[in-house]
Design a protein. Structure first.
Length: 261
């Protein structure tokens, strides 16, 4: 598919999606969100795609945040409409996708860009990356899930600091607080993201989704409820063909061939 604000390319079984507004440091527009939502929904239904990598055009920015002219047009009434709903749903759709997603954060990652990346399975950053939620500097707060997702990764104290100061953190700080898992040299970030995508994409699809959902549930429930949820997912996987294939491949000392059933 040809899109207005993103570029897509298959690299083997990994779909690489590039946020593409180079003149605006890939700032997030409504149309870019429309493009991304359509792209991920198509990718979920495409058996040729095993994982997705998201990155930004160039070496300066993953996404510089929201498109400022659109911010000026928002009102109380507009925030109850479809555009606002899409801003909420896009990171959640990526988060719940049946396939792994990697954010290759190459440079500045602010506001809506950071909120989008928080929906990805894993985030890695280039060594020149800066990450932050600067909305409070404009008299606003994050509006695409940032206030709710940040604490999952960085804890309550750092979530408070990021949201309430609006100050960005560098890549090494982001790694140390859990906002990203790895920092790589700028030229290597996309290649490393593809490696991770292929590693995750090679896993049994049902086990991936179950493990991901169980970890996410751990942030929303008490320990015993979470363990009970884990137990049910574990039991369900015992009835899958992929479970049998995984054990057979181990016994036969060969790579498994998972079919997602």
């Amino acid at each position: 598919m040809a899109y207005q604000n993103i570029l897509t390319e298959m690299d083997g079984d990994v779909l690489v999606v590039t946020l593409h507004r180079p003149e605006k440091l890939n700032a997030m527009t409504h149309q870019m969100r429309v493009d991304l939502m359509d792209c991920v929904r198509r990718a979920e239904d495409d058996n040729a795609v095993r994982a997705i990598v998201f990155t930004g055009h160039g070496d300066k920015a993953f996404c510089a945040g929201a498109n400022i002219p659109e911010l000026q047009d928002r009102t109380v009434a507009s925030e109850m409409g479809n555009a606002a709903t899409l801003r909420k749903e896009l990171p959640t759709t990526v988060e719940r996708l049946a396939k792994p997603t990697i954010a290759a954060i190459n440079g500045h990652c602010y506001g809506a860009g950071l909120e989008f990346s928080l929906g990805c399975t894993i985030r890695i950053a280039s060594d020149n990356a800066l990450l932050g939620q600067p909305e409070i500097k404009l008299g606003q707060i994050p509006g695409s899930g940032g206030t709710q997702r940040l604490h999952r990764f960085v804890g309550l104290a750092w979530a408070m600091q990021l949201v309430l100061t609006g100050e960005a953190v560098d890549a090494e700080t982001a790694r140390s607080i859990g906002l990203v898992t790895e920092v790589t040299p700028q030229p290597d970030v996309l290649g490393r993201a593809k490696e991770l995508a292929r590693a995750l994409g090679s896993k049994a699809p049902l086990a991936f989704a179950a493990g991901r959902d169980a970890v996410l549930r751990s942030t929303e429930s008490d320990l015993i409820t979470g363990i009970d949820y884990e137990r049910k997912l574990y039991a369900m996987l015992m009835a899958t063909e992929d479970r049998d294939e995984g054990l057979a491949a181990y016994r036969e000392k060969r790579p498994p061939v998972y079919k997602g059933r």
